[in-house]
Design a protein around this ligand. Structure first.
Ligand code: BT5
Length: 339
């Protein structure tokens, strides 16, 4: 875990966090202005700025003042927790940050044992065993992706609805930030110009094995992988022409922390306090290019060829095969072989 920064006492560390927060919110500020806002002499500000630079933050001194280009990974937790609290947002108030982990979903399950009611957000710069559905891999390299999982303790939510509303949140965030249209592909992909930019993985476990007959006692780990800084050459060969990133679709770099904040805000709206599922499902369907299209899937041990008749958030994919028979394909049992 990258929680421990040294050297620096907890007071110094807190001063650094306040300074970072000022710079994050104002982009550029003079040392004099920072000195006034933090009630510290200018010499102290210079010393703290130097400490932040050494800890990996991108801080430049320009004629207009001090400018923050990048916040290094160890500071993310404090910035997120402070800003989420100030904004009255639940998601982001309780955060764990790792340089590297097997999978952020694994960390959620380890944390689930001592979880309280607050949703926990787990972030990693890179995963060694990032996973997709049905044992597939999710690829990442340091500094390029948002890799996060949200533990929703004993959430009274259905996993299929959560997949759709979270996928929609990712799509809406990309649309707002970049101004492009997105497509969602059942059950869990977000695409731009036919290339996959994000994937969602929901895992569900009984919060308390003694309450296994209570369907409301389920914990969900909502895992999201969003490509941010990659270029085609950064993806392994088979993905190079099938994957996209925010940098590729917008032709400029992105600050991952700002993207994460926008995403958490949208996830909170869609998944924590949804007004009602119906408008969200309608918004998801409006971005789904699969309705009415021919499709071949592997579902419950058999291959089915047909057309997508509907996508039901509770039941899954509704397929009509060539004989007219209707099949309900649950996300957890189904792989789309070809659209
Ligand atoms: C998914 O699975 O799309 C869900 C991916 C969820 C990843 C997040 S990261 C944080 C959290 N922790 C985890 O361990 N997982 C979650 P699926 O529909 O099965 O798609 C997997 C397929 O997507 C792979 O077989 C590749 O074809 C493709 N793929 C892998 N990495 C990719 C990437 N970075 N960008 C685009 N496509 C990728």
């Amino acid at each position: 875990m990258t929680d421990d920064l040294s050297p620096g006492s907890s007071i110094e560390r807190r001063r650094c966090e306040c300074l970072l927060m000022e710079l994050y919110e104002n982009q550029t500020a003079t040392v004099e202005a920072l000195s006034r806002r933090l009630s510290r002499p200018p010499a102290d500000i210079h010393r703290l700025l130097e400490f932040l630079r050494k800890s990996g933050c991108g801080i430049e001194t320009t004629p207009a003042g001090v400018q923050l280009d990048d916040i290094s990974w160890p500071w993310w937790r404090a910035i997120l927790e402070d800003r989420s609290g100030a904004a009255g947002r639940m998601l982001g108030r309780h955060v764990l940050v790792f340089d590297q982990t097997t999978s952020t979903n694994d960390v959620c399950w380890q944390a689930a044992r001592q979880a309280d009611e607050r949703p926990l957000v787990v972030l990693a710069d890179v995963q060694t065993r990032g996973r997709g559905r049905r044992g597939r891999r999710w690829e990442s390299k340091p500094g390029q992706s948002l890799l996060l999982s949200i533990l929703l303790p004993a959430a009274r939510r259905n996993a299929e609805t959560l997949t759709l509303t979270a996928g929609l949140a990712v799509a809406q965030t990309i649309e707002t930030l970049v101004g492009v249209s997105t497509v969602v592909k059942w059950p869990n992909d977000v695409l731009v110009d036919g290339k996959k930019i994000a994937g969602i993985l929901i895992e569900t476990r009984w919060a308390n094995p003694q309450e296994m007959d209570s369907p409301t006692a389920l914990d969900h780990a909502l895992g999201i992988g969003l490509n941010v800084g990659q270029q085609s050459a950064d993806f392994p060969a088979p993905l190079a022409d099938r994957a996209a990133s925010l940098a590729m679709i917008s032709h400029h770099p992105w600050n991952r922390l700002r993207v994460l904040e926008a995403l958490l805000e949208q996830l909170e709206r869609n998944c924590l306090h949804p007004p009602a599922p119906a408008p969200l499902i309608a918004a998801w369907k409006a971005r789904c290019a699969m309705l009415g299209q021919p499709i071949r899937v592997h579902c419950g041990g058999m291959e089915i060829v047909g057309r997508v008749a509907d996508i039901d958030p509770l039941e899954g994919l509704v397929l009509r095969d060539e004989t007219g028979a209707v099949h309900l394909c649950k996300a957890r049992e189904t792989t789309v072989l070809s659209p």
